[in-house]
Design a protein around this ligand. Sequence first.
Ligand code: PUT
Length: 301
Amino acid sequence: SVAAGGGAGRKVAVAAVQFACTDVEAENVDTAERLIREAHKKGAKVVLVQELFEGHYFCQAQRLDFFQRAKPYKGNPTIIRMQQLAKELEVVIPVSFFEEANNAHYNSVAIIDADGTDLGLYRKSHIPDGPGYQEKFYFNPGDTGFKAFKTKYATIGVGICWDQWFPECARAMALQGAEILFYPTAIGSEPQDGNLDSREHWKRVMQGHAGANLVPLVASNRIGRETVETEHGKSSITFYGNSFIAGPTGEIVKLANDKDEEVLVAEFDLDEIKAIRHGWGIFRDRRPDLYKVLLTLDGEK
Ligand code: PUT
């Protein structure tokens, strides 16, 4: 709008989808494709699918056989299928997958542009550990660093799940020009504490990233109860969905519930938001010369 000083601009609709995964890869990839098509019908140009959507969230257990689920980046059949779909629908699709790279393993996302081009890889930087979420057993900490990808419709940043709790990750992507932040995720109940429900905390932290960087933010989380045979009996997590799209002041504009398969779509005027972002002055007034302490673990200067 003229009032925002940005002029009419690039309007981009973005989507988050959520669904319950089975443990059959072909079924989940089919579901992802069906929901991406639905999002496209609703006008979405960038469609986010949840983290590791090819199967159950296997990190509930530390099992050697689960390493067999990892696949090399190059030639990955799910990525190739999503490239074909992206090209057909002219949509951007970040594709989350379990990556095998020789003896290393990563929790990765390939960014597929609207013509099917693979723009590159981001590997999850912050790897959680703890009851039900034993990701350190499987994944090396990502070595790509935080990135911004120039897609047909917008420059986007993608963090993965646990990355979403770290303002440094969001800021690093925004500093490199990301105009929209995306977070595929897998989070739900905590097997060790039935009273712990992190969903509101989870949303508020990401709403803060949107507001602090004046960018829209899209989070996609799975639903459903998954039970995995672990090395010491069964473990279950009920994933809480609550996928959402936040606007550039952190306001939630679309929110899914904790049970249903959903396709959320919201449109943003990226040029208008850019003008507001610049006018607000948060990137003008940053003081990187005072932020060295952020490069330490213990706060020592
Ligand atoms: N996806 C990781 C979530 C960890 C919750 N304790």
